[in-house]
Design a protein around this ligand. Structure first.
Ligand SMILES: *Cc1c(COP(=O)(O)O)cnc(C)c1O
Length: 432
């Protein structure tokens, strides 16, 4: 047997650049330069900021799209739109993201965490239903890495309990459920444009966001909440009471930068190809991994397909299948072989933050949703370790492996060969 790299052997992965896809830098420069030349550096509701809203609405099939300055503010404006306010609760995944619910928190709503489905690592509809109370004002879903949550179950809950869904689509710009784009599903879909391709959000433009909805009132509420001075805004506000507002609406301005939107427009063009590339890679990698003991590839629900669009792909480690080799030693050994893998981690554990274990006096003087009884909320009790056993157990077993759009020839063979080599040596490594 060849010596493992972790023991001083040569690494199995010898390809320098595993990803061959390159972002079209020249086109980005040209698009940005055009706006600088034209002096179009500010504004919304006209020109390029308006045309990309139309293009993204068309791409998703949603009736309305608004550009916004970040994914986090997209989410915050969505909570406002669906009517979340002080003393409400919103349900959000325990293996989630603070930015996914911070907008609701800062409006005075309390986050209530829910378990994941161990197969998809997405928030579990049954667990969510168990947390619904008469204070629940929204259900927040995160389509992690582009895998879509169980929308059949969540839409059924939404309709039965009359609770709106705020979708965090920060990883899901190309994702569909039963062939329908997530942006066209209820109630509001929130997209981030954070980072730079190929490793940023699926449409990466530095900073920025989009929200899409089919609901005219939600659209007008978002306009009124944070689109001060948008061109033509008073004409767009047609419903009462928003039609009484002037062009400074409610005073808040969370508008996207036109230079970012110019880059986003170019990224949108290549999105379908990048989705297809990553899916082909996922399928080939997972097929090649099938015979390898100890790793379970995480796949989406049947009616969802897209995966690995942000933050790589996921596999779940099974120590017992590899002679008891610890996950840490396994990861160390495959990394030494040059495999782009990391973990274990299921992501952020929201119920293990100091603010959610100890509470937090958000606005001082005992006011806020994470402190004493306030605004109809009972005192915040603080989460304990062990409250989400599925999520916490998986946190010690979920591994991330990079996803590629256009992998170098031989990349999969080298990556899987390296993993196989470590798996084969597991018993030997345990003895050392
Ligand atoms: C990136 C991200 C956001 C927030 O987007 P920003 O544009 O960075 O504000 C929200 N939710 C998830 C899951 C994200 O990954």
């Amino acid at each position: 047997m060849t010596e493992l790299a972790v023991n001083g052997g040569d690494p199995t992965v010898t390809i320098d650049q595993l990803e061959r896809w390159e972002r079209p830098v020249d086109r980005h420069i040209e698009a940005v330069t055009n706006l600088i030349d034209a002096g179009e550096l500010s504004g919304a509701g006209a020109g390029l900021p308006q045309s990309i809203e139309e293009d993204f609405a068309e791409y998703t099939g949603a009736d309305y799209c608004l550009s916004i300055d970040h994914g986090s503010t997209a989410l915050a404006s969505a909570y406002y739109a669906v009517g979340v306010g002080p003393g409400d609760e919103i349900i959000t995944p325990a293996a989630g993201y603070l930015g996914a619910y911070a907008g609701a928190l800062h409006m005075g709503a309390r986050p209530v965490f829910a378990e994941v489905d161990p197969d998809t690592l997405l928030v579990d509809p049954t667990a969510v239903e168990g947390h619904i109370t008469d204070r629940t004002a929204a259900i927040n879903l995160i389509h992690k890495q582009g895998r879509v949550c169980d929308m059949d179950a969540f839409l059924e809950l939404r309709n039965r309990y009359d609770i709106p869904i705020v979708q965090d689509c920060a990883h899901a710009h190309g994702s569909e459920w039963r062939g329908e784009h997530v942006g066209s599903l209820p109630d509001i879909a929130c997209f981030s444009l954070q980072g730079v391709s190929p490793n940023g959000k699926p449409i990466a433009a530095g900073e920025g966001g989009f929200v899409t909805t089919n609901d005219r009132e939600y659209y007008e509420r978002q306009l009124s909440y944070c689109h001060l001075h948008r061109r033509g805004i008073t004409d767009e506000l047609t419903m009462s009471p928003y039609d009484r507002l002037d062009r400074q609406v409610l005073g808040r301005k969370w508008r996207a930068h036109p230079l970012a939107l110019a880059i986003a427009a170019i990224e949108l063009e290549s999105l379908p190809d990048r989705v297809a590339g990553r899916l082909a890679y996922r399928d080939a990698l997972f097929e090649a991994l099938e015979p390898v003991a100890g790793l379970r590839p995480v796949t989406p629900y049947e009616h969802s397909d897209t995966d690995g669009m942000y933050g790589g792909l996921r596999v779940v480690y099974d120590q017992s299948a590899l002679d008891g080799l610890s996950v840490e030693r396994f990861v160390e050994a495959v990394r030494a072989e040059g495999v782009p893998m990391s973990g274990p981690s299921i992501g952020h554990l929201e119920h293990r933050r100091s603010i959610t274990t100890e509470g937090y006096d958000l606005w001082g003087k005992g006011r806020g949703p994470l402190g004493d009884a306030w605004c109809g909320l009972p005192p915040f009790e603080g989460y304990e370790p062990g409250e989400f056993p599925i999520t916490e157990e998986l946190d010690d077993r979920v591994l991330r492996i990079d996803s590629f759009i256009d992998p170098a020839p031989g990349a999969i063979e080298q990556i899987v060969g390296a993993i196989e080599q470590v798996a084969d040596a597991a018993a030997e490594m345990r003895r050392r």
